[in-house]
Write a protein of this length. Structure first.
Ligand code: N1C
Length: 272
């Protein structure tokens, strides 16, 4: 015979069991999520450190710490470019006179060229440009993590983590430009020089005639070309330039640039 009150007690026990299992599940999920998040920061940091170590004579841990302080724990839309000032201090730019190359809307051609030929230096060939090239990162209020997804897009807000980084490092790179500098611009678009690009809004404004002799525009053209060196936007570029910096423009086909990339017998100065 079943004792009186048996069923309700068993029900209570089952209920307790369910509550315990749910609690356990929540804890396990929480720990797993925490681990996944910290691994995310770890993977990002590993990429940063591996790339940084390729440049000798730098304290990469110190550079990482200066980098993180710019955005960790902050709203990713409220990171002004000045937040990266300590980073620039930790890894200052050294000028490479006559070899500096700027670009706008020509990233692939420009890098294809500089990767194969050792005549020009782009921002991505420097420590700071190379460690963060192609990466996305941001922080969150109340967290000490580095996130690599769900970060604001380039156009979502002006002061976003990634955009402010490129603005700040581009400013520092352009400030040290000296001698004859080169800019690869895109002749396949209607406005090869855009005042809204980083090149137009940040770099050109920082070129200083005390250090820089000339800006040589290489307008990369294709068969069905849209713009040439007399393009109106290039007139704007000349107006923006510090007086005393000479301006030159040359239309060069992408095919010619590619041919020169792969033929090291052609001296760089003869590529265009
Ligand atoms: O806005 P842009 O070009 O004119 O910026 C290019 C200009 C170059 O001269 C570089 O010195 O600014 C510097 N720069 C980079 O080096 C860089 N590497 C990667 C600016 N942006 C850079 N990126 C990414 O390219 C960045 O995340 C952003 O999305 C683009 C800007 O390219 P753009 O509009 O062709």
């Amino acid at each position: 015979m079943e004792p009186v009150g048996y069923r309700p007690r068993q029900k209570k026990r089952t209920k307790r069991c369910v509550v315990l299992i749910v609690l356990l599940l929540i804890i396990v999920l929480g720990v797993a999520l925490g681990l996944a998040l910290s691994r995310r920061t770890e993977t990002f940091k590993t990429t940063f450190m591996d790339r940084c170590k390729k440049f000798e004579g730098n304290d990469c841990e110190k550079i990482w710490a200066a980098f993180q302080q710019a955005y960790v724990g902050k709203d990713p839309c409220k990171v002004p470019m000045e937040a990266y000032d300590p980073l620039i201090k930790a890894a200052p730019f050294k000028p490479s006179c006559n070899r500096m190359m700027f670009w706008s809307k020509t990233k692939d051609v420009a890098h294809d060229f500089t990767d194969k030929r050792d005549c020009f230096v782009t921002l991505e060939d420097t420590l700071l440009g190379s460690v963060l090239d192609g990466l996305t990162w941001c922080g969150k209020e109340g967290s000490n993590e580095t996130f690599t997804s769900d970060c604001p897009e380039w156009a979502d807000c002006d002061d976003n983590t990634v955009r402010s980084f490129w603005s700040r490092v581009s400013a520092a790179f352009a400030e040290v430009a000296c001698g004859d500098a080169t800019a690869m611009l895109n002749g396949s678009i209607a406005t090869p020089f855009s005042q809204y690009s980083i090149f137009g809004s940040i770099e050109v404004k920082r070129f200083n005639s005390a250090n820089m002799r000339s800006l040589n525009v290489v307008l990369v053209t294709q068969e069905n070309n849209v713009s040439n060196c007399s393009n109106a936007s290039l007139k704007d570029l000349q107006k923006e330039l510090d007086k005393g910096i000479k301006y030159n423009c040359k239309e060069v086909s992408e095919a010619q640039i590619q041919a020169c990339s792969s033929n090291t017998e052609i001296p760089c100065h003869a590529c265009w």
